[in-house]
Design a binder for this molecule. Sequence first.
Ligand code: UD1
Length: 421
Amino acid sequence: MDKLIIQGQSKLFGDVLISGAKNAALPILIGSLLTSDKLTLTNVPKLFDINTTVKLLQFLGVGISKDEDSIELIAKSINHIDAPYDLVKTMRASVLVLGPLLSRFGKARVSLPGGCAIGSRPVDIHIRGLEAMGAKITIDQGYINASSEHLPDAKLLGAKIYMDQVTVTGTENLMMAATLARGETVLENAAKEPEVIDLGNCLIKMGAKISGLGTDKVIIQGVENLSGTNHRIMFDRIEAGTYLVAAAMTGGEICCQGVDADQMGAVIQKLQETGVKIRIDKDKITIKSDGRLKAVNLKTLPYPGFPTDMQAQFVAMNAMADGVSEVTETIFENRFMHVQELVRMGAIIDIKQNTAIIRGGEELCGANVMATDLRASASLVLAGLAAKGETIIERIYHLDRGYESLEEKFNQIGAKIKRIN
Ligand code: UD1
């Protein structure tokens, strides 16, 4: 298995081109199941999770061709309506095939995603929403079996659905299902994440009738068919945030290109509170840091709140910044797996329920550490970049799920990261 070896304390200078967003690309690729026409996507990041999604869609029967810059998908003839455990277990977002398969083909069978490192992550809200649209759903031998074949023309029925927790993939699954349902669906307490809006905008280009994107009430009028379109995937705000925190921690000046600062408000504000200088231009964010930072308190919340996917990176930063800080995780129940590894690098952190209390100001030192999940791995890379000496990170396949060309991009701006097998 691959490992990363990082020689710490190089200052970072230069430009980083931010890739397309994993969390927008996954649902939009899966949205190809809603039409028999061609969907052409650009700015799709080259990531492990994208390969898994492509494999899953090919298994279902979607014709897929790729070149350097784009992916074309045609879901003309579908051979399977099931997402098997082997594919779902490696990527929880596979559950997104449930809504599109059910609404276009009248049935779907999708393995339950099961537990994962950051908590139990149920899909009850996805299931209850589809039931409200008339689907019959049973859980059998670890699979969700869903059918709308008992309904006229096997079509789901529009419904008013209140989601009792804000769920990103839940909103996406139900929004996709509702595009081909009979009548109007209202999703209340919907997720407002930019990636949900990106999916919604792509569906609108495909002929869907959707209003209220970016608010907590999304209204979808079902249509008979959707057609093909071209769509460029939005930038990855979590990747951009990770590079900005890296520059804050190591000192230097970097410019993230291809971004929209309006979609990163909470992260930019928290970075400014640390004392770094940030300049915002049309599609660029420049950060300048002397490496001396003030620790910041924060609490993760659904968008526009501070993203849970940036929590681990800020914990690593607070560990070396001046002051005592509190970081509270409200989205996932077990998302502090990075803490014990950061402690091995010299961080002083206590966990009390869902809050990490971090006594900053410590110089981090290189160590052998283990990646546990995607964003935890990113926090270890950041700690390694800021630490004195050498850090070796094992199990970096987690990083390859979500960061395109991580070591190449970091090395281009002055980091010293080597991948070994
Ligand atoms: C998505 C993102 C992930 C991010 C997360 C929160 C993708 C592919 N992944 O994950 O990177 O960390 O949003 O911003 O976009 N919940 C339920 N029942 C459900 C669904 C969710 O109780 O049916 C709970 C979850 O356990 C969690 C909370 O709702 O506590 C939010 O989870 P959710 O927004 O669904 O996360 P994902 O969509 O899986």
